[in-house]
Design a protein around this ligand. Structure first.
Ligand code: MN3
Length: 332
């Protein structure tokens, strides 16, 4: 009994200390032959991907990233230390890559919904293959080529360097990826050496379009797309962070000198926000008016803090701002 308890505690500790783990492949390493050789699959999965997982777990141990899910970590890539950014990308990208490969009974046809989306964005399946293949072939050095669902639920092709991906706020084209093609040399060099093009031609023989079609529908219905869209409005992201800090400080009755610094900062952010370039969805007179009233409220809050008005007044001012911010958030 004691041994069982000890073992379960050990397993629990192990799980807590290892928030991310290597996904098991659905097939044997040799099943991907002749398109990808068994040795490449084994090293790629059990050494490279395992390495990203181990380094990611180490990099987040004991800091705020330990509490975050993988996609939320990726979303904030521009603020991440390099070891968190590279290894979280490495883990996410490879998990997607393994998932869409089916060497045994792959489905060759996309669902009707995905077929229509491909036709609308690229004209035909052949032209998607060409555009995605070219993006992969032209990616200089190590990186990935992607088929993604953008926040306006359209398809787009892109490529990124190293272990970056389209969820990251450092990526120029953003969205949820439904195909990721690894063009690091470790993905193909043993069999193909310098012939990346041959590897890319063969990878199509492994892609399972039923899995990809499911990923397409999931992505279209995923509220995470809204987070990516909102996140692409950088000035709103900065304003919101500044707002949360100020609100928290007022609620916690922080001393006036500290509040004063926060409210100056908040007001400065609101001025930048009014003049910022907004995502298309937020380009209306109504939103312009709301942003202007946010700016006025921030200015008034700043004045109230500097003239040491009562806590009650400050709270009512900050809740005025909150109401406007919430209105914009509801437009998602
Ligand atoms: Mn790889």
């Amino acid at each position: 009994m004691r041994i069982i308890l000890f073992l379960s505690l050990l397993i629990c500790n192990e799980l807590l200390a290892q928030p991310f783990y290597l996904p098991t492949l659905k097939f044997n390493y040799s099943a991907y032959e002749p398109y990808i050789d068994a040795k490449t699959m084994e090293i790629h999965h059990s050494k490279h991907h395992q390495g990203y997982v181990n380094k990611l777990n180490k990099a987040i141990q004991g800091n705020k990233y330990e509490q975050m899910d993988l996609r939320s970590i990726l979303l904030n890539a521009s603020h991440l230390p390099d070891n968190v950014k590279n290894n979280s990308g490495g883990h996410y990208n490879h998990s997607l890559f393994w998932d869409i490969l089916n060497p045994v009974q792959r489905n060759e046809n996309p669902s009707n919904e995905l077929k229509i989306a491909i036709k609308n964005s690229f004209g035909s399946m052949d032209s998607l293959k060409m555009i995605l293949g070219t993006a992969a072939a032209k990616q200089f050095g190590s990186g990935w080529a992607w088929l993604i669902v953008t926040p306006d639920k359209k398809l787009a092709v892109s490529s990124t360097s190293n272990q970056d991906n389209p969820i990251m706020d450092i990526s120029s084209i953003r969205g949820i990826p439904i195909i990721g093609i690894d063009v690091w040399e470790h993905a193909y060099y043993l069999k193909y050496q310098n012939k990346r093009k041959d590897y890319l031609e063969n990878i199509w023989s492994l892609l399972d379009w039923k899995i990809i079609s499911n990923k397409y529908i999931e992505a279209c219905n995923d509220s995470f797309l809204d987070r990516i869209r909102d996140d692409s409005w950088k000035e709103m992201k900065s304003f919101h962070l500044s707002f949360l800090k100020t609100k928290d400080a007022i609620e916690k009755s922080t001393k006036i000198s500290d509040l004063s610094l926060l409210s100056s900062n908040l007001y400065a952010n609101s001025v930048i926000l009014v003049d910022s370039q907004r995502p298309e969805k937020f380009n209306s007179n109504e939103i312009s008016n709301i942003l202007n009233s946010i700016k006025r409220y921030c200015e008034s809050l700043d004045k109230c803090i500097k003239s040491e008005k009562s806590r009650k007044t400050l709270l009512s001012k900050i809740y005025n701002i909150q109401e406007k911010v919430d209105f914009i958030k509801k437009m998602r």
